[in-house]
Every structure is written in C-alpha cells, then in structure tokens.
Write a protein that binds this ligand. Sequence first.
Ligand SMILES: Cc1ncc(COP(=O)(O)O)c(C=O)c1O
Length: 417
Amino acid sequence: MNNIETFERLESNVRMYCRDLPLVFDTAQGSKIRGEDGREYLDFFAGAGALNYGHNDPRMRDALIAYLSANGVTHALDLHTTTKRQFLESLERDLFKPRGWDYKVQFTGPTGADAVEAALKLARKATGRSKIVSFYGAYHGMTAGALAVTGNRTRRGPGLSTDVVFVPYEDSPYGAFDSIGFLERLANDQGSGSELPAAVIVESVQIQAGVYPASNQWLQALRQWTRAHGVLLICDEIQAGCGRTGDFFGFERSGVVPDLITCAKSIGGYGLPMAIVLIGAGLDVWEPGDHIGTFRGNQLAFLTAQIALGYWRDEQFLKLLAANCAAMERAVAGYAEIPGVASARCRGMIAGIDFGRSNVALAKDAQQRVLQAGVLVDRCGPNGEIIKLMPPVNTPTEQLEQGLKAFGEAVAAALGQ
Ligand SMILES: Cc1ncc(COP(=O)(O)O)c(C=O)c1O
C-alpha cells in the first residue's frame, strides 16, 4: 500500500517525477530501492544521474557515520576544512593528473543550475562578450540564466535572456544537422545578425533531449571552431559526467579539452548535493565574492566524493563498468528490434528507447508496465516519448541483466508483442 494522500494534500503542484512513479520509498541499497509497502525495485532512474554509484555505498556510508560521530564540521561556507583539502587533492590526483589537465575548482551553490549560471557569467566576464551559443534540445537547468540556454519550449517562460543563439545539435528527433557549418556561417557572414558569442555551451550527450550522443568528430570540430574564434567551450557534464558514459566525462573519448566544465549530480558520490565548475588555465578571472552563496561545497559530499573518485583507480570497478556498458549496448540493440520501438540509442550506461514523436501515451504505458515489473525508469525527449535507462554504473552485472530483461519484456508487452 502506498499512501500518497499527504503529498497530494500538502506538496506543491510543481512536483513531477513522483507522478509517474507514485510510490513512497523507504530504504535503498546499491541499485535497489524499497517502497514502504515492502516491495523492492531496481532503480534504473538513479536520481536522474545523481546516484551513479548506487544508494548508500557501504564505504561512503561508514565514512559519513564515522565523520558525524567525531563531530566533523558539517557546514563551513567557503572556509578551509580538512575534508575540502582532501577532496581537492583527490580531484588533482585521480582526475587532473592522469589526464594532464590544469583546472581551478569553483564551488558553486549545490545545484547543477548554479554551476551553469557561474560558467555563463564567467565566460561573459572573461571575454567581455554577452552572447551564448546553445543547442536545440539542450537542458541546462531551471534558474533564469540556465533556462535561457535550455531549448525545450515547454520549460521556458517569458522574460528570459535573449542573448542566446540556438543552433540545432548534431542529431535530434528531427534528424541530423550541420551545426558546425552553421556556426562557420554565423562567424563569417557579416549578415548573420549575430556578433561572436562569449561561449558555446554543450552536452556531450543530450540526455533530456532523448539521449543523443555527440560524435567525436563533431565535438572536435566544435572545439576547433571555438578556438579559432576565441570563443570559450563550456561542456555541461552535469548528467553525462561521473561515469555515466563509461568514461569519467562524456567528452573524454573525443580528446577535446573544454575551457569550462560544469559538474554536479554524482560528483558527491552519495547523492549529496554539490556542484563545481572546472575553470581552464588563465580563465579564473573572478574577483573574490563575484559568485557566492551560503551552501558552496558540502562537507559531507567532500568526504563521499573522494571515495567515489578513488573508484576510478580501482581495477574491479573499472572492469565492472566495462562489462556493464557492454551489457547495456547488447540489450539496447535488442530493444531496437522490438516492433513498435522507433529507435534505441545508447552511450555507455545511458540509453534512450524512443517510441516515436506521436507516441507519448505508448511510452507512458510502457513506463507503468516496467514499474509493475519492478524497475524504475524515467522518460525524456521533447514530449516524454523516450524512456531513459540510467542504472547505477556499478550495478552488479547479473542484476543489470535481470533489469534489462524485465524492461525488454515489459516494453514488448506494452507494444502488444
Ligand atoms: C545537463 C544538465 N545540466 C544542468 C542540469 C541542472 O541541474 P540541477 O537540476 O541540479 O539544477 C541538469 C539536470 O538535469 C542537466 O541534466
């Protein structure tokens, strides 16, 4: 029995995910989450990418308990703390050094949207320009600046910045587009009506748009174009980052090095709020206090984030991740063959099962059947016509395969197979 009466009576109409997944959850461990009625589900929703390492990772949980029991500092604004030092050192050791990267780390407010706000502000400050190029289908958050670079008209409202040029992404529900050719024209054609932008903001996989991964060549060409015109490249890795694509960041396979990287959701490792901007060499033009906020840097997340980053040195974790990416790709290739599925796309541990633009009701029905089969999934795409599969990246492979099988059967049932 899931009694949702209290939520319906007291919580704002703005709530969203709980409408498609109308359960009351209680406990969770790894890739499993339990409803208060005692039923267990495989969580292939994973906090929309905030739980890439699963629920209540025992090492992180034990470290948190020990830290709290020892009266470790839990809030410190941006004062120096031992946990922050350890986190910065682990970013340097586990992420920057192996890649030869030189970034400064900015702690923003704990949402992805605030990291995007900071990156846009910094790009404008560093270049003295105001325009930003973003892509059709992009999702960057809900605050005014972040929403201004978000493409979905159903999410945008009046009064947003018009200093944004939207360009179709490499691929989309409306087909492929020569985005780089368009940008060339924008820069070179005196009649384009647009001055050069401060930055291009891009997702290496457009996940909310329906799971459209950018090709390496496209990202490389984008990097070349931005460099040639003195435009900054911001990679928004808030959802595609932290292992979701099989690499730490989704753009890494292209060899591109962005000027600014926004990262949130799973960077804390445990589902605890934290967001950062990685700022390329020479671009840290902030004056002290230029972008502040009370909750910048979460001490508990610093602690769990170091453990999460440590997994990227752990052979067992890396082997499991590779095996899981292969299992996802195999399963998704199978879903594409189900009659009635329009297409299915996958990049590492993120997949989109596309029911076609006019088939939102079918996608909704399939999502409910998948839920009845014991697997939580979310929908994405312009109108919610695409089911998004994003299991924790370290799900035991057997559990992953079990969930993927149940998913395929429920989708086939929804499509009357
Ligand atoms: C690519 C991307 N950027 C930014 C955001 C905004 O993050 P938050 O919801 O934490 O504000 C999201 C959230 O889904 C996202 O997927």
